[in-house]
Design a protein around this ligand. Structure first.
Ligand code: S3P
Length: 424
């Protein structure tokens, strides 16, 4: 796809369902008793990988665009897969399912695409082994393919070196099956969708600050779930509305869970006009309609406890920073290096190609904003969030921007270009 400069973006849209929540409906639905019904499920490639894996484990899942029905079999009735499980590009599928598989009375293998084969799995292998799991990286490099021989597990108290919801969730899911309680303490609070959904399914779980504790001998009960719009997908339109002149965009029914809303805080700190209306909180996952308007932005510092609350939005925030007066510093974000691509290197490479004044650091980026961007040929490195971030940059750059490998956008937002064009 090619992009040229736009002078105004206007309109109202809804973005697809939250990716993190969609994955968890499949996982918890599969091990709950009864039929879980999900509306607003994200039909992106990552969540389809979760569906495919649980189908291979013997779970019947009906998937239509309006409704996903997961016929749960209870905690102890998954069946061994005849083939190696394929998580595709999805870190969430790989890490969360590993926590469940570690406790099953059979052996599983799981792999994924070239990107997932580079991503670190020792972060789940280490705590799961401490619980008694027999889990190995087959190539001995700490990456997939993983071989997981299910074993009886024992609860642990794990102090995680990273604020990662995937690590926390893998341990809590294994903890459902362990003897004794299982706790995870994080350096900063990461997204809490697993905890909220486990509670909704009837699990006994206790949260105290950055420590979550789960108790065994559980029985999960199927639920009806409505998935809110994904704030990580809304992020591209938030940024587009703020930096494109003469624009006003409303994104309806977006999830604003406080462990995910860091982008709103940063946009406001940068001087952006961001208006929240129709705030609702009926399910524990609050939502709002969010309106953004073209704004004069100033640089800011993004660091510390804020990082896990906006980790997936840092690529688009780096684009936003190029349109702000002054310097934006992103630090404490070394996790960016182990996402679908090395997002520090890839953002710096592509922003520089567009003429931005940006430097990579060991744990983030420093961006001197206010310098006009020009069109360039962008290499997405097959990372969906990079591709979408540079579509928005391309709409605000002189000349033409072309994005290589942008089919990867289907990982999290299959209709992204159509939704963007509706605002032209
Ligand atoms: C996710 C957690 C985050 C995030 C990823 C989805 C989840 O990863 O970057 O896109 O659904 O739990 P980490 O837990 O590795 O930070």
């Amino acid at each position: 796809m090619r992009f040229t400069k736009r002078t105004a973006l206007h309109g109202e849209l809804t973005v697809p369902g939250d990716k993190s929540i969609s994955h968890r409906t499949i996982m918890l639905g599969a091990i709950a008793e009864g039929t879980t019904e999900v509306r607003g499920f994200l039909q992106g490639a990552d969540c389809l990988s979760s569906i495919a894996c649980f189908r291979q484990l013997g779970i019947e899942i009906e998937n239509t665009p309006e409704l996903v029905r997961i016929h749960g079999k209870g905690l102890h009735h998954l069946q061994p897969s005849k083939q190696i499980l394929d998580a595709g590009n999805s870190g969430t599928t790989t890490r969360l399912i590993s926590g469940i598989l570690a406790a099953q009375p059979f052996t599983s293998r799981i792999t994924g695409d070239a990107s997932i084969q580079r991503r670190p799995m020792n972060r789940i292998i280490t705590p799961l082994r401490q619980m008694g799991a027999d889990i190995t990286s087959e190539a001995g490099n700490g990456c997939v393919p993983l071989r997981i021989q299910g074993r009886p597990l024992t609860g642990i108290h794990y102090t995680s070196p990273v604020a990662s919801a995937q690590v926390k969730s893998a341990i809590l899911l294994a903890g459902l099956y362990a003897e004794g309680s299982t706790s995870v303490t994080e350096p900063y609070l990461s997204r809490n969708h697993t905890e909220l959904m486990l509670k909704a399914f009837g699990a006994r779980l206790h949260v105290d600050d950055t420590t979550s504790t789960i108790y065994p001998d559980q029985h999960l009960t199927a639920q009806a779930i409505s998935v809110p719009g994904d704030i990580s997908s809304a992020a591209y339109f938030l940024a587009a509305g703020l930096i494109t002149p003469n624009s006003s965009i409303t994104i309806k029914h977006v999830g604003i869970n406080p462990t995910r809303d860091g982008i709103l805080e940063v946009c406001q700190a940068m001087g952006g006009t961001v208006i929240l209306e129709h705030i609702q909180d009926t399910t524990g996952e609050p939502t709002a309609d969010i309106t953004v308007q073209s704004s004069s932005l100033k640089g800011t510092v993004i660091e510390g406890a804020l990082i896990p609350k906006l980790i997936d939005e840092l690529p688009i925030l780096a684009v936003l920073a190029c349109f702000a007066e002054g310097t934006t510093v992103i630090r404490d974000a070394q996790e960016l290096k182990v996402k679908e691509s090395n997002r520090i290197d890839v953002m710096v490479e592509n922003l520089k190609a567009m003429g931005a004044d940006v430097e990579g650091t060991k744990d983030g980026m420093i961006i001197h904003g206010g310098k006009p961007l020009h069109g360039a040929c962008i290499d997405s490195h097959l990372d969906h969030r990079i591709a979408m971030s540079f579509a928005i940059a391309g709409l605000n750059a002189d000349g033409e921007t072309k994005i290589k490998g942008d089919e990867c956008i289907a990982i999290s937002y299959p209709g992204f270009y159509q939704d963007l064009q509706m605002l032209y």
